[in-house]
Structure formats: structure tokens, C-alpha cells
Design a protein around this ligand. Structure first.
Ligand SMILES: NC(=O)c1ccc[n+]([C@@H]2O[C@H](COP(=O)([O-])OP(=O)(O)OC[C@H]3O[C@@H](n4cnc5c(N)ncnc54)[C@H](OP(=O)(O)O)[C@@H]3O)[C@@H](O)[C@H]2O)c1
Length: 320
């Protein structure tokens, strides 16, 4: 079994390079999948208030820690700020709610889920509505309270998700604590080279969501997934390379991102594929094969939330 390796963030903290993505894990499978993942050696779980699954993850994690030798501080937990609570006064209380649901005193990483704010809710619904009225929030105001979460020990690190370079610059210019991570869609079709270069210059790591290109996702009214006929795990080039290394296409796609210095967040609730997705540390793709994968780039973004598109802070009008 491969040991999941870690990266070191600019604040010196260590972060496992593979996380289990948990959005869209079916609710009936969730607790079992979390425990299974921990059994397999996953040490990083990616969730969000928006996914409505923090409660089940918290329960599974607590039961696992109580019944095994694993300690809480050996598992890296990431959750995210839902965009209805981005105003300064709302950030602290909703983090407290996430911590209650997760049964934790702190999260390892707290991310602003998106730069696109929505109208504040006065309750904490179990499953937040995916769309409400768009509101532009001053991201520096949000970031200031994210920093408080580090000072008061409720988040060990803080970062962002779905931010473009200008939005990152905007918060970085006045930040007392610089973001450690930008979690964005990244895969062989959308390798995010310019954004990665920019983030590198600021010591910010990229975390790749949809790292397999999110195969089989049918989309929904609120999400506009590109219905691409080229499923990356069935791509001929990727399949060829997989055969050459005696690996699966999924492993090749993940290894490619890992070798490019990214953290990957594959979602799977299938035990065989879950195992595959962490068995990516004991082989190396040659420079030649990395270059061949580079040629698959076409800029195709698969994860576009429909209501974001008209939002004043929509991040993807910028080139990167
Ligand atoms: N920050 C954000 O805005 C944001 C947005 C989207 C996603 N995310 C995070 O990123 C995670 C992953 O994104 P995603 O679920 O859209 O995309 P993904 O991980 O690229 O793809 C998941 C799909 O691939 C299948 N799969 C998993 N491993 C496989 C393998 N080795 N070979 C072939 N198929 C495989 C899964 O099915 P099975 O389960 O049947 O294996 C599932 O249908 C999410 O769960 C979430 O935590 C964050």
C-alpha cells in the first residue's frame, strides 16, 4: 500500500497530497465510505457546508477515532465557507456551526468556497439552497474574519477556492495571513498553468478539484457541467499511457497533476477506485509522457455554476 505523501504549506504545516472528495457521495454510503477511506490510508477529507454532509462525516470520523488507534490530529479536514455567510459578522458563527456538525474543535483548512457571495440566510439549513440572490461582498472583509479563525485556533490554515489571480491579489495585498491554497478545477483539459504560476509566486498551492474530469456527472439545473463526449478516463492517450505503466487511466490523470505540484481531490465511493486513487506514489511519469498529456489541454471547464455567470464577481471572465 502506498503511503500518502504530504506537501508543506508556506506556514510550515503539512497537508496530505490526496484528499477524498465528498460532494456527491450518496448519503446512504457516506459514513461507510469515510471509514473505508480511513482504513485504506486516506488522511485528508474534503467537505463543505454546502455539501450538507458535515454531520455524517463528523459522526463517522468520531466513531472511527474512538474505535481505532487513529488520532484526530492524524486526519486533515478541509471545509468551506458557504457564500451566504461571507459578511464579516457571519463568518465566525457559520464556522462554529461547521465545527459542531463535524464534532471538531478545529478544522485543518478553511476555504472561502467561492468569491461569489449570495444574500445572507438567517438560519443554517441542513442542505443549503444552491442559489439565492447574488450579492457582491468585499473579499477583504471576509478574509479578515478568516484570519480571526486562525488566531482563535478554529482553523489551522485558511485559503480560497475558485478565485482568479486578481481576486487573490486583492486579498493578499492587505492580508496579515496569506492564503495557503486555491482550490480550483484542474485536470488534463484544464491544467491551470498560468494560475499555478501566479499562485507559485505567492507560495499558494493549487488543489485540483474534478481531477479526473468528473466523469459520469450528469449535471443539474444549477450546475452546468460540460457534457463532454471525451470522458478523460476513456481517453485513448491516457489509456495507452496507463497500459504502459500497468496502471489505470484514473491513476495516470491523478499522477500527472501530482507531478505538476498539485494536491488532488478525487471523489469515489467505489472501494476499488478509492484504493486506486491513493496508489499513485510509487510510480513516476516520464517527461515525455507528461508532455503528451500537456497536449490534451483545451481549456474546457466542466464545473460552471449557472447562477455564478451573471454574478459581478464571476471569476472566470479573467484568463486566469
Ligand atoms: N471547491 C469547489 O467549488 C468544488 C467543486 C467541485 C468539486 N469539489 C471537490 O472535488 C471533489 C471531486 O470532484 P468531482 O467529484 O466533481 O470529480 P472527480 O473526482 O474528477 O470525478 C468523480 C467521478 O469519477 C469517478 N471515479 C473516481 N475515481 C475513478 C477512477 N479511478 N477511475 C474512473 N472513474 C473514477 C467517480 O465515480 P465512483 O464514485 O463510482 O468511483 C465519480 O463519478 C468533490 O467531491 C469535492 O470534494 C470542489
Amino acid at each position: 500500500m502506498d503511503m500518502v505523501e504530504c506537501a508543506t504549506l508556506h506556514n510550515g504545516q503539512r497537508i496530505p497530497l490526496v484528499a477524498l472528495g465528498t460532494s456527491r457521495i450518496s448519503s446512504e454510503n457516506l459514513e461507510l465510505t469515510i471509514k473505508r477511506a480511513l482504513d485504506m490510508g486516506y488522511r485528508h477529507i474534503d467537505t463543505a457546508f454546502f455539501y450538507g454532509n458535515e454531520r455524517a462525516i463528523g459522526k463517522a470520523l468520531q466513531e472511527y477515532v474512538n474505535s481505532t488507534n487513529l488520532r484526530r490530529n492524524e486526519v486533515y479536514i478541509t471545509t468551506k465557507l458557504y457564500p451566504a455567510y461571507m459578511r464579516g459578522h457571519a463568518v465566525g458563527p457559520v464556522l462554529d456551526e461547521s465545527l459542531r456538525r463535524l464534532r471538531l474543535d478545529y478544522v485543518d483548512l478553511y476555504l472561502i468556497h467561492t468569491p461569489c457571495g449570495i444574500k445572507e440566510l438567517d438560519t443554517y439549513p441542513e442542505t443549503p439552497p444552491p442559489k439565492l440572490e447574488s450579492v457582491s461582498v468585499d473579499l477583504r472583509e471576509t478574509w479578515k474574519v478568516m484570519e480571526e479563525a486562525v488566531y482563535n485556533g478554529k482553523a489551522r490554515s485558511i485559503g480560497v477556492s475558485n478565485f482568479n489571480s486578481k481576486q487573490l491579489n486583492y486579498i493578499c495585498e492587505t492580508a496579515r495571513i496569506q492564503p495557503v491554497i486555491n482550490q480550483v478545477e484542474a485536470h488534463a483539459r484544464l491544467p491551470q498553468k498560468k494560475l499555478q504560476e501566479f499562485c507559485k509566486s505567492r507560495n499558494i498551492l493549487l488543489e485540483a478539484f474534478c481531477p479526473l474530469g468528473s466523469p459520469n456527472f450528469a449535471g443539474s439545473a444549477e450546475l452546468n457541467h460540460v457534457q463532454s463526449s471525451d470522458n478523460l478516463v476513456e481517453n485513448l492517450l491516457i489509456m495507452d499511457i496507463a497500459q504502459k505503466y500497468g496502471r489505470t487511466p484514473g491513476q495516470i490523470l491523478l499522477r500527472n497533476l501530482l507531478q505538476r505540484g498539485m494536491i488532488v481531490i478525487p471523489k469515489s465511493e467505489n472501494p476499488k477506485r478509492m484504493r486506486e486513487n491513493i496508489e499513485i506514489f510509487s510510480f513516476t511519469l516520464s517527461d515525455e509522457d507528461m508532455k503528451k498529456i500537456d497536449e490534451l489541454e483545451n481549456g474546457e471547464r466542466r464545473f460552471v455554476v449557472n447562477w455564478w455567470k451573471d454574478h459581478p464577481d464571476y471569476p472566470f471572465h479573467e484568463e486566469f
